[in-house]
Design a protein around this ligand. Structure first.
Ligand SMILES: Nc1nc2c(ncn2[C@@H]2O[C@H](COP(=O)(O)OP(=O)(O)OP(=O)(O)O)[C@@H](O)[C@H]2O)c(=O)[nH]1
Ligand SMILES: [Mg+2]
Length: 342
C-alpha cells in the first residue's frame, strides 16, 4: 500500500509528508521524495508491552511527495506515482480567506487530473483506430471496449473512481496509471485559528471522497514534542489525537487494508494486507517461501489473546487457537504463526 500526496503548489504537501514520515520532502527541488509512516495501533503497542521483543516493527505505509514543475506537470509525475494505491489530495485551507476559493483550488487540480487522464484515453483510442484488427491483442480489445465509457465519464468532468468499476476492469486498465481511478482522501490543511474550515469545506463540496481536516502547522509542532507534552498540547487545543493517526486510518479504510500481527520475544511485527486476503497470500507478504511452502496458519485473534490474560496456554485451553488452512481469510487483528515447509 503506497499513498501519493498531490495538491496544488504551496498547499502544504511537503509539510504533511514530513509530519507523516519524518522525512523532509522536496528540499532540493527533487520531483519525488519517498518516506514511510509508521501506523499507530494501540493493539500493536499492547503486544509490544506484553512481549518486550528485541525488535519492534510497526506496520509501515509508504508515502510519496511530489513537487510539480514544468509545462505539463501531471503528465511528468504520473510515472513516478503509477505504483501508488491511493491519493491524498491536499487542499490549501489556511491562506485562502473563503471556503469557496479552497473548493475552486480543489476542483482546479481535479480538473487537471481529469484532463490528463482524458488525453491518455484519446491518444490510445487514436492509436488503436489506426491499427489493423489483427494487430490488436485480446487485452487491448477488451480495454478498447471500456474506454468510451471512461471517456464519457471524464468528459462530464467526473473522476473515473465515480464509475464504480469492477476490480477485473480496474485490473485490465492498470497499465494506463489513470490518476482519477485511484481512491482519494481529501485533506484540507486548515489554519490554527480556523479548525472548523474543513467541516464547512466538506459540507459545501458534497464529495463522494472522504474529507479530513488537519492543521499542518500544529501537527508539525506536535511532532517535535515527547509523548507527555503532546498529550498536554492536544488537551489545551481540545483535539483528541494527532491528525496523523486519523489520516492513516482513513487511508486504511479507503483502500480496504487491515493489519495482522506476528509475535515473539525476538520481534513483534504488524503487517498490512488487503481485506479478504487468504492465509497463504498473507504469509507471502512476510516471505515468498512462506506462501509457496504454506501448510497451516495458527491463528488467535488479538481480542481473544488479551481477554485470556495474554497467555497462549489460556487461549489454547479455551479452544481459541485455530488451525487454519489455505482458504482461511485473514481478519484484522489476527495474531498468526505460519507453518510452512520449504
Ligand atoms: N499558515 C500556515 N502555513 C502553512 C501550513 N502548512 C504549510 N504552510 C506553509 O506553506 C508553505 C508551503 O508548504 P509546503 O509544505 O512546502 O507546500 P508544498 O505543497 O509542498 O509546496 P510545493 O512542493 O512547492 O508545491 C510553507 O511556507 C509552509 O510553511 C499551515 O497549516 N498554516
Ligand atoms: Mg513540496
Amino acid at each position: 500500500m503506497e499513498m501519493g500526496i498531490l495538491g496544488l503548489p504551496q498547499s502544504g504537501k511537503s509539510t504533511l509528508f514530513e509530519i507523516m514520515t519524518g522525512v523532509k520532502g522536496g528540499q532540493h527541488g527533487e520531483a519525488v521524495v519517498r518516506g514511510q509512516a509508521s501506523v499507530p495501533d494501540v493493539r500493536f503497542d499492547k503486544l509490544v508491552e506484553i512481549y518486550k521483543p528485541a525488535k519492534i516493527s510497526p506496520a509501515k505505509v509508504p508515502f510519496v511527495d511530489v513537487h510539480v514543475m514544468g509545462e505539463k506537470p501531471w503528465e511528468a509525475v504520473r510515472q513516478h506515482l503509477s505504483g501508488t494505491d491511493g491519493i491524498l489530495h491536499v487542499v490549501d485551507g489556511f491562506s485562502l480567506p473563503d471556503v469557496s476559493l479552497s473548493l475552486d483550488a480543489y476542483r482546479r487540480l481535479e480538473d487537471e487530473l481529469i484532463l490528463s487522464d482524458l488525453i491518455i484515453i484519446e491518444k490510445k483510442m487514436e492509436r488503436t483506430a489506426k491499427l489493423p484488427k489483427k494487430a490488436i491483442s485480446p487485452q487491448e480489445a477488451a480495454q478498447s471496449e471500456l474506454l468510451p465509457r471512461l471517456k464519457d465519464c471524464l468528459e462530464e468532468g467526473k473522476p473515473l473512481r465515480t464509475l464504480g468499476l469492477a476490480s477485473a476492469e480496474e485490473f485490465l486498465l492498470r497499465s494506463f496509471s489513470f490518476w482519477t481511478i485511484k481512491p482519494e482522501l481529501v485533506v484540507v490543511n486548515v489554519a490554527e485559528d480556523n479548525l472548523s474550515f474543513a467541516d464547512v469545506f466538506a459540507k459545501e463540496a458534497k464529495l463522494k471522497e472522504p474529507v479530513m481536516g488537519i492543521c499542518c502547522q500544529i501537527e508539525a509542532e506536535l511532532a517535535g514534542l515527547d509523548a507527555a507534552e503532546q498529550k498536554e498540547f492536544l488537551v489545551s487545543l481540545g483535539i483528541a489525537e494527532p491528525a496523523f493517526g486519523r489520516i492513516i486510518r482513513a487511508a486504511f479504510s479507503l483502500l480496504g487494508r487491515i493489519s495482522f500481527f506476528t509475535v515473539g520475544e525476538d520481534e513483534v511485527k504488524a503487517w498490512v494486507i488487503p481485506e479478504g486476503t487468504k492465509a497463504p497470500q498473507a504469509a507471502g507478504v512476510i516471505h515468498n517461501d512462506f506462501e509457496r511452502g504454506f501448510i497451516k496458519a495458527e491463528v488467535m485473534h488479538y481480542n481473544e489473546f488479551v481477554a485470556h490474560g495474554a497467555s497462549l496456554a489460556q487461549v489454547k485451553a479455551a479452544g481459541r487457537l485455530h488451525l487454519e488452512g489455505k482458504d482461511y481469510i485473514v481478519q484484522d487483528g489476527d495474531i498468526i504463526n505460519f507453518r510452512f515447509n520449504v
